[in-house]
Design a protein. Sequence first.
Length: 345
Amino acid sequence: MFKQKFEYTNKIVKLLTRISAARETILNSPLIPKWNITLRQEAVIHSAHSSTSIEGNRLSLKQVSELAQGREITATRRDKQEVLNYLDVLNNIKNLIKDNFISEKDILNIHRMVTKNTLDNPTDSGVYRNRYVVVGNRFTGEIFFKPPQNREVPGLVKDLVSWINSEESKELDPVIEAGAIHYELVRIHPFVDGNGRTARVLAALILYSRGFDTNQFFCLDDYYDSDRSAYYKALQSVEPDKLDLTNWLEYFTEGVNISIEAVKERILKLSSKRLRKAKGKQIALTERQMRIIEFINQNGKITNKDVREMFNLSNRAALDEINKLLELQVLKSQSKGRALHYIML
């Protein structure tokens, strides 16, 4: 069976502590918006853009967003298909496995979905490689990594799957578990193409199935794509003969921390200090109400006129929106007459 090897360095421990605190803040935020679908869609779109971009896809974030909304864009068939595949996988992540058990067949299916109609040889989709590949710079010929031989792949994946479903794996922090699995699948390199995307989906699936990111709010792929050389350097930091994942897990954990902190900061913008301290008080907000609160956080206050202009509403409709937030005890009014405005309670 696959055996992960790493040390809990001070950096890893500190990052895991911060991640746990940020996650608790998100889960216990007093503002539970109805627009969580919007947050999820944004994270999925960013993930699809970044994960495919790492491997050479040329679509911009705007083009990926348009594809996600079902619009036509001008791009090569392969670029579009790669993104559509990744969007499909992430949007259906809850259906990729059953009973939180990941099988070898599930990993093959993820690869099949990720590479659908994009490979030069369609028969390579969803099956282990039948010819040897190396990881390198196709322009300079420099080889970065030589994976195990073809004949070793099925056994190595079976070992990894056994470990994923073991008690030893489940006892680890989900972040450490996801990072170790991400690396090992990249190391095995079981497919002719699409190994990186499959590994990143598998890591996201681990975090989702272990209850870490059930809302799919944060995008780790943006972190990889922001500095691709650092991503590859971190993967290459693991010595093949020792397989000590410590350096890689420091990098991976830092990425999770940066990503989840970004989500936390956005959610905190929707919470007044008093409401953040109000235990057990959760308030559902519409997307329009969220935008009103974001406006106040940026400008300190809001007026009826501001609301009218933001949403092209009548005076009565704008007042209705404000009154809803007054009733929820999110806002309070200040001054009177023409100086009347509203601030966070």
